[in-house]
Design a protein around this ligand. Structure first.
Ligand code: SAM
Length: 288
């Protein structure tokens, strides 16, 4: 399973987060919902007009994905949300796609790559959009969800382990080093330990273009004081490491990038997932 899920008798690991296997909820199709914007997007992208047919198709793909790795975002149909277009830097990202020759957008930890497809649909040149995930099976399901093939969809689907990005080899081997104009990491950082989050942040900084305006953005569980938080997700409790807006800002502005060389914005948002309140952090880091 591409290293995403490790089973022993009682615990399932999704990246660094342990789930009690027995408490992983079974699929609940009543959680399926689409806003009118999402419905329009998926109908147009998949080529299905009818609501019931669309739902049947999405449920089919969701069930396959949940068998690969039972992420809460798959259980709760959160993968249907158009995250990237809600970010404050979204228009800026689209502008980079329009105005910067060969601008590249990377959707990291993309699962089905919905955000990558959304940005491409909104005009970011699709051939320069990379959707990457540790699970190649999720990337294959991206084609199944959107009814595309590697030939019909010009975007790039790239399997890879994000925190293991090795900058020293990137410099010589990987043409992406310093080449990416915009990186989006939605619901990814909180899957890792504090140390791995720092490593991932540094790796992303290494991928980012040196041009002013290049941007990294994302969304993950946040907290008022950095540390381990207990999040109740899909009916079970998980221990995750979360940054506060203050520590997240000083990590990027001063540790990962030279102090004063980036503009960091963070916003904590209280989100209700059914009856449970979660503190999430939306953030962006723009090179000055
Ligand atoms: C919670 S899901 C979020 C998916 C999507 N970004 C969203 O918000 O709907 C986390 C995704 O990160 C991927 N992932 C987990 N560990 C990873 C790693 N080490 N490198 C890259 N992707 C990883 C998982 O396979 C999964 O698709």
């Amino acid at each position: 399973m591409d290293g995403t899920v490790i089973h022993d008798n009682s615990t399932t690991l999704l990246a660094d987060v342990a789930f009690q296997t027995a408490s992983i909820p079974t699929i609940d199709t009543s959680l399926y919902s689409l806003s009118s914007e999402e419905s329009t997007f998926f109908k147009a992208q998949i080529g299905i007009d009818n609501d019931e047919d669309l739902k049947g198709h999405i449920l089919d793909v969701q069930a396959k994905a949940y068998k690969i790795a039972p992420y809460p975002c798959i259980h709760g149909f959160v993968f249907l949300r158009l995250n990237i277009s809600s970010y404050s830097v979204y228009e800026h990202i689209l502008k980079l796609g329009r105005e910067r020759p060969d601008a590249v957008l990377l959707d990291l930890g993309c699962c089905f790559g919905v955000d990558a497809r959304k940005a491409a649909a909104d005009g970011f040149p699709a051939k320069n959009v990379i959707a990457s995930d540790i699970s190649n099976e999720f990337l294959e399901l991206s084609h199944e969800l959107f009814r595309t093939t590697p030939t019909s969809y010009p975007g790039c689907l790239l399997p890879g382990d994000a925190p293991a990005i090795d900058l020293s080899s990137l410099k010589s081997l990987n043409p992406l080093h310093g080449r990416i104009s915009a990186i989006s990491a939605t619901r990814l950082f909180h899957l890792f330990t504090e140390d791995k989050q720092v490593h991932l942040a540094r790796a992303l900084a290494g991928l980012l273009s040196a041009q002013p305006g290049s941007v990294i953005c994302g969304y993950q569980i946040g907290t008022l004081e950095k540390g381990m938080v207990t999040a109740n997700i899909s009916g079970s409790e998980h221990r995750l490491f979360a940054h506060s807006p203050k520590t997240w800002s000083s990590l990027w502005d001063g540790e990962v990038f030279e102090k004063g060389s980036v503009k960091v914005e963070t916003e904590l948002v209280e989100v209700a997932i059914r009856e449970v309140q979660l503190l999430m952090m939306e953030w962006s880091v723009v090179r000055l």
